[in-house]
Ligand binder design. Structure first.
Ligand code: COA
Length: 396
């Protein structure tokens, strides 16, 4: 996927864990001392769109610079607390932003525009080129990397430092990315994770942000969000594939019953610790899991928190195929690229036929699961479990 078009990704999410020097030569951008006029907001918006047309990875040093200029342009000088030493990724990003000092937002916008212009020119494009994406399709995601290549749209969860735990913002972004993928020209849509985890499920800090209106209001809002999130999978009109690149927890596992193909590395594990957390099943798993693996095995997972290996999950029918970790990406993507050459409409219509048989039932199951969870989220059992998780982390 190295040559994928960076289509809808936010620049600050392109920063990877390891920092390497930029491979793009002769990039010049003006310094803080440069006495020129600042770029307009419109020019800045254009530069953001052009950023999404870049084909080559400019390297982490440049990506950090882009991140810092973006933050300075939109929020002014760095005003957030310095992350801890061990929060490596956020620390380097903070350093980059802080290093811009007090330069004005106008000046930062100008430097941002100049830098993107240099990158476009370095790729052989015109520095005056306008957005290649049609208006409206250059959405920016903070928590995802979304690319389209070889007729495959890939939605990559991109919070590797938090094991791709799903925040409220990320739920909303995935819903938006799925809506966009449903409409685009791609044949297949893939969900995968950045880093060593596929996804560690719901970000438990979502439960710690209690609004003034109280815990019931938080639970009600979370219920609406969860309901919409699961709906986006039930109603997704094209083949949907999970490329499970590492361990999966909670909703990242339960939703697999709504995918059309699930490829997993042998390193993946599948864990739904709902009762441990004082919660209950979601993602339609109270229906799909017993159907896929039989009630006894489903209960072992959904009630008693049994963690499955990739091989066990495959044996039970939750996973389509398991690949050795060393060749996982190559084998899975080779397979998917071949599948994406199949006739688009035939694939989509066949998927819709299969789904239509039980679509209504899935919506009913989703509603019932969400209703139960809204009650669970306000329970003492859930509160205590979430507190224990963070207390255990604090003691480490
Ligand atoms: N919610 C919030 N934060 C999470 C998270 C989650 N679901 N999963 C991971 N994180 C955070 C950790 O708190 C940690 O943050 P820190 O670096 O600021 O301390 C960071 O991600 C890395 O996780 P860590 O626990 O250090 O990695 P690990 O490899 O030892 O363990 C998990 C990974 C996923 C097994 C462990 O973090 C975990 O059990 N998370 C909770 C999973 C869960 O219960 N999800 C909800 C299911 S309904």
């Amino acid at each position: 996927m190295a040559a994928a078009t960076l289509k809808c990704c936010a620049p600050w999410r392109l920063v990877q864990l390891s920092l390497v020097r930029s491979s793009v030569p002769n990039l010049s951008f003006r310094t803080a001392a440069s006495p020129m006029m600042g770029a307009t907001v419109e020019e800045f918006e254009q530069a953001k769109s052009r950023m999404s047309t870049l084909k080559n990875d400019p390297g982490n040093e440049v990506k950090l610079k882009i991140y810092a200029l973006f933050k300075q342009s939109t929020q002014g000088p760095c005003n957030i607390p310095k992350p801890g030493m061990l929060d490596f990724v956020n620390k380097v990003k903070w350093d980059a932003w802080k290093s811009l000092g007090p330069i004005s937002q106008e000046e930062a916008r100008q430097q941002y525009c100049d830098l993107i212009g240099s990158l476009v020119t370095a790729e052989g494009g015109s520095s005056a080129q306008v957005a290649a994406e049609p208006a409206g399709s250059a959405a920016m995601y903070e928590t995802l990397l979304v690319t389209t290549e070889d007729d495959i749209t890939t939605i990559k969860l991109n919070r590797p430092a938090k094991k791709n735990a799903i925040t409220t913002e990320m739920y909303n972004e995935i819903i938006a990315a799925l809506e966009q993928a449903a409409k685009d020209d791609s044949v297949i849509t893939v969900l995968t994770g950045a880093g060593d985890f596929y996804c560690s499920g719901n970000d438990l800090s979502n439960f710690t942000k209690i609004p003034e209106a109280g815990v019931e209001e938080m639970a009600r809002k979370a219920g609406v969000l969860l309901s919409n999130y699961v709906k986006a999978y039930i109603d997704f009109p094209k083949p949907l594939v999970a490329v499970v690149n590492g361990p999966a927890v909670g909703i990242a596992v339960t939703l697999l019953g709504l995918f059309d193909l699930v490829y997993a590395t042998e390193r993946a594990t599948f864990h739904t610790p709902f009762s441990q957390l004082g919660q209950s099943a979601e993602g339609c798993s109270s229906y799909t899991f017993p159907k896929i693996m039989g009630p006894a095995k489903a209960s072992e997972m959904l009630l008693f928190n049994k963690k499955l290996t990739a091989a066990q999950a495959c044996e039970l029918g939750l996973v389509t195929e398991v690949f050795p970790d060393s060749s996982f990406q190559l084998e899975a993507w080779t397979r998917l690229k071949a599948y994406a050459k199949l006739p688009r409409n035939s694939l989509a219509l066949s998927k819709q036929l299969i789904r239509s048989v039980e679509k209504e039932r899935l919506h009913t199951v989703n509603d019932a699961e969400v209703e139960r969870l809204i009650e669970r989220w306000t329970s003492e059992e859930c509160f205590n479990a979430v507190m224990s998780f963070f207390q255990a982390k604090a003691k480490l």
